[in-house]
Ligand binder design. Structure first.
Ligand SMILES: [Zn+2]
Length: 297
């Protein structure tokens, strides 16, 4: 594929001088927005357009899926991206995982990355593209037919570079109220033994005025993980709020970039996975006969 050549070429064009950060993750909600909790597929760019679904395609399993997920880690982006990747048979590629894997390996960038992370500095676009291109290269060798990118691109510059590398055909923007996101970000836990991701936050907000209530059950660990839970060191309130602030600054141009190309699917999460998953599938025209079944899985 030409993708790799373009990736490698673009890598060379990158410099270390970027001040942008791939690490700036936060949430899409802005308190002044008129967003509701209904699921809305907005491909037109109009802020309050009616629900629209993507055009129906033949068989989703037969097509090349080259999708991007935007949204805060606390929003459950990784969970939905992972479920969709299982359903569509394409890999779920999270740049955060790529960085963590490199850090725990003896790969060529591990030492450099460790220094950057230990000093609280931002990982450059060059490093991210380096890791990503290696991952796509490995995938291509294995015959992977597409991907779902999670946590990338985070800046307009990354979006532009990615656009030059490959054809992204859909960008799913998961959104959730910022106060709920904060609670969810602070509720994240990881099993130190198996690496499983859980969330102890129990969201139960009553509806008021025109806003519907929202309920999101915690994602509790199985008994054998319960005593081994750890919190990621960057999941403190101060750090999370700073992530929101930086993310809000950089996310708007990225959203606009994809909106203007007709690729942005805005999705306001109506609740936890049981409420959101079937509606997300519907918005993606993937709600075939086994949709409700896998929602409960
Ligand atoms: Zn475990």
């Amino acid at each position: 594929m030409a993708v790799l050549n373009r990736l490698l070429r673009a890598k060379k064009e990158l410099s270390f001088s970027s001040s942008y950060s791939w690490m700036t993750t936060a949430c899409m909600w802005r308190s002044s927005s008129s967003a509701t909790f209904s699921d809305a597929a907005d491909l037109s760019g109009a802020p309050s357009s009616p629900i629209k679904a993507l055009p129906v395609r033949q068989d989703p399993k037969d097509r090349n899926v080259q999708w991007v997920f935007l949204g805060c880690p606390g929003v459950g982006k990784g969970t939905y991206a992972s479920r969709l990747s299982n359903r569509l048979g394409v890999p779920h590629i999270a740049t955060g995982d790529l960085v963590r894997e490199e850090l725990s390996s003896t790969g060529p960038l591990s030492k450099q990355l460790a220094e950057i992370v230990n000093q609280g500095k931002l990982v450059s676009d060059e490093i991210i593209f380096n890791l990503l291109s290696r991952r796509l290269e490995a995938g291509e060798a294995k015959g992977e037919s597409g991907f779902i990118l999670d946590g990338f691109p985070r800046t307009i510059r990354q979006a532009e570079i990615l656009e030059d590398l490959t054809d992204i055909d859909l960008v799913i923007n998961l959104k959730l109220r910022e106060d709920i996101l904060l609670e969810k970000c602070l509720g994240r836990r990881i099993c130190s033994q198996c690496g499983g991701n859980f969330n102890i936050a129990n969201i139960d907000i009553k509806g008021e005025n025109e806003k519907p209530g929202i309920y999101m059950a915690p994602l509790l660990p199985p008994p054998h993980c319960a005593s081994k839970l750890i919190t990621r060191s960057d999941d403190t309130e101060e750090v999370v709020k700073e992530r929101f602030r930086i993310y809000n600054e950089s996310s708007q141009p990225v959203e606009e970039f994809y909106r203007s190309r007709g690729k942005l699917l805005e999705f306001d999460l109506p609740g936890g996975i049981p409420e959101s998953w079937p509606k997300l599938l519907r918005a993606l025209n993937l709600d075939d006969h086994d949709g409700e079944q896998s929602a409960a899985a």
